[in-house]
Design a protein around this ligand. Sequence first.
Ligand SMILES: *Cc1c(COP(=O)(O)O)cnc(C)c1O
Length: 363
Amino acid sequence: MQPLDELPVRDDLRGQQPYGAPQIDVPIRLNTNENPFAPPSGVSKAIGDSVQAAALNLNRYPDREATELRAALAGYVSSVSGPPVDWSGVWPANGSNEVLQQLLQAFGGTGRSALGFEPTYSMHRLICRGTGTHYHVAPRAPDFTIDEAAAVAAVRRHSPDVVFLCSPNNPTGNAVAVETVKAVYEAARGIVVVDEAYGEFSNRPSALSLLPGRTRLVVVRTMSKAFALAGARVGYAVGDPALVAALQLVRLPYHLSTITQAVALVALDRAPELLANVGVLRAQRDRIAAELGRLGYRILGSDGNFVFFEVGNERQVWQELLSHGVLVRDVGLPGYLRVTAGTPEETTEFLAVMQRITKESAS
Ligand SMILES: *Cc1c(COP(=O)(O)O)cnc(C)c1O
């Protein structure tokens, strides 16, 4: 008997496992889609100076509305997508995971349901569990794309309060066509959440362009991936000001610390420097896809900063890579692995090990 079983924990949490991507200390970590490039030293210095200045105010609670940060995020979002957004249509929190949790607290919860197209980001299901929201699953097509007609039928059948679309999808790597987002939105009576954590890495149009006139649509983005800021914990929702106002009903007061707000403001101010490696990472992603293809592996989507590929015995390959100091992600889908685009050197090392494994298994 686990010690936890003796506690009066909620029935629906009994016997469940927490989110747990392994954090193993190995030379080459290509398993959580982090940006492998640390912020440049000029940016880290500017962050340090700003945090030092902010520390003089740490006796006070942070700006509860995070107005300055929201305006800066709105400026960034307006620069990447057509329709301009202002601060009232942006809502930041501690990582996009907290934004997703707030969305479910406001629009899901006990007696309500959400719909996801699996396989997809495991946290969508877990945050549903944590908020007591029933999670319906609709399958993807065999190539892991979302068929528009099938998606519309699933939305009609389940009539969920929340629909998740992940674009580019983690772990399968393919973006969702904006036409599909539109069709799902038309069919849904609840809110439609487009998780664009990897939006900056994709060449496909963002759902941000669909926001005007669609008050139940919300796009969730993060500074954890392209901005190389996973450790700072900053994600945000972009949507109708009324939808953003609904999130205020469930957010904890002062949820975003003075330190976090200061860090994020510097990062947005220095966005071109932080985003400078996006092109390098796209090139490494394309290189991985091309090289693995040459080695005979089937590549699924690669619109993010990672590649999803068919590998046969995924456990064995995962283990062999690890024994060479390369950590990739076994997402629990038999026959597949996911690998994050690393620095050019890390990518070279990963590909060299894959080449060796492939030759050994052929001989
Ligand atoms: C990495 C990732 C996130 C990011 O979560 P944060 O809490 O912002 O770090 C969100 N959604 C998806 C699909 C991801 O892969």
